[in-house]
Design a protein around this ligand. Structure first.
Ligand code: TYD
Length: 143
């Protein structure tokens, strides 16, 4: 799934789990331990029945998020304004840190895909950059 990341403000987060096969897996995420911030918001995306769906297509100014694909798979496209990378998300125990200033989209969803997200802040539309040209200007200005 995630090999080597060449994108800024990203990272790989591993979750601990207890494998009680055949009685299930218990998987753990803890704020300030394997999740590198205090979690203020959790949301999930399911019912991804349209294989042509494209989600994301924005960047955040400040928000930190950790993205998990806890069932099925999807393709994550990341762009820091200089480098781009495509990552296959198909491991429920490995999350991707999606830090600020990363243009991203999510595509190629399996219909059983469930995406779980932990964020360090509440939803704020003013933190979004939804225009790619604006994103490139924002990243340039920042240097
Ligand atoms: P958006 O972040 O654009 O979804 P995606 O990146 O997966 O395509 O959010 C979709 C809609 O949901 C948008 O109108 C904002 C709203 N929303 C909230 O109200 N609260 C939230 O925590 C999130 C993530 C989205």
């Amino acid at each position: 799934m995630i090999k080597k990341l060449k994108i800024k403000n990203s990272g790989i987060i591993k979750l601990r789990f207890f494998n009680d096969f055949p009685d299930g897996n218990l998987v753990i995420a803890e704020s300030g331990r394997n999740i590198p911030f205090q979690i203020k918001r959790v949301y999930f995306i399911n019912h991804l029945f349209n294989p042509k769906a494209i989600r994301g297509l924005h960047a955040h100014k400040k928000l930190e998020q950790i993205i998990f694909c806890i069932n099925g798979h999807f393709e994550f496209y990341l762009d820091d304004g200089h480098n781009k990378q495509k990552i296959l998300m198909n491991d429920p125990y490995t999350g991707l840190r999606l830090g600020p200033k990363l243009w991203h989209s999510m595509r190629g969803f399996s219909s059983d895909c469930v995406i779980l997200v932990m964020a360090n802040d509440y939803f704020k539309e003013s933190d979004y950059i939804r225009n790619y040209k604006e994103f490139l200007d924002y990243v340039k200005k920042d240097k």
